[in-house]
Design a protein around this ligand. Structure first.
Ligand SMILES: *[C@@H]1O[C@H](CO)[C@@H](O)[C@H](O)[C@H]1NC(C)=O
Ligand SMILES: *[C@@H]1O[C@H](CO)[C@@H](O)[C@H](O)[C@H]1NC(C)=O
Length: 158
């Protein structure tokens, strides 16, 4: 099951990369959330810890952007109220940047919204969905945001 989903994800990543290389004038439409797999019986405590982002694909990521992207880490830490404190650490302009945000659980285990969304000017909605994971070796996470009336999505491979 997990392997099947992983395959599906990798195929999706491949398709996205192929399309991204033609740098289309318009964004590839974001898929409906209902079409995106969701890790069954998601265990938030087991998902905690540091993940290495080894692949990113999305409708705003082109070849040029990807060439600049170095592997980065994202650490998930459960807070007392059940939200994750999510910290990404990446190298940008020769500097080590930390990017901290809150993922608030939704009614579907494994799906989250962005906490404090008003702080992010222009962001109208933000959804995170853990597609598949075995909690200690790999995960695929889907992100969808509406920013200034444009729908962006990406999939990261941890
Ligand atoms: C979130 O994580 C960062 C980095 O570990 C830490 O500095 C910060 O205090 C944490 N915030 C909360 C509310 O736990
Ligand atoms: C948990 O606390 C954070 C602030 O630390 C807040 O942004 C978030 O909405 C809270 N989550 C829930 C489920 O109340």
């Amino acid at each position: 099951m997990a392997r099947g989903l992983l395959w599906l994800g990798l195929v999706l990543l491949g398709a996205l990369q192929a399309q991204a290389q033609d740098s289309p004038p318009e964004l590839i439409p974001a898929p409906f959330l209902i079409k995106i797999p969701l890790q069954p019986d998601f265990q938030d405590d087991q998902f905690q810890g540091k993940w290495y982002v080894v692949g990113v694909a999305g409708n705003s990521i082109n070849t040029e952007k990807r060439a600049q992207l170095k592997m980065y880490t994202t650490t998930y830490q459960l807070k007392d109220n059940g939200s994750y404190n999510v910290t990404s650490t990446l190298i940008r302009n020769q500097r080590c940047d930390h990017w901290i945000r809150t993922f608030v659980p939704s009614s579907l285990p494994g799906q989250f919204t962005l906490g404090n969304i008003k702080r992010y000017v222009g962001v109208q909605s933000y959804t995170v969905r853990v597609m598949t994971t075995n909690y200690n070796q790999f995960a695929m996470v889907f992100f969808k945001k509406v920013y200034k009336n444009q729908e962006y999505f990406k999939i990261t491979l941890y």
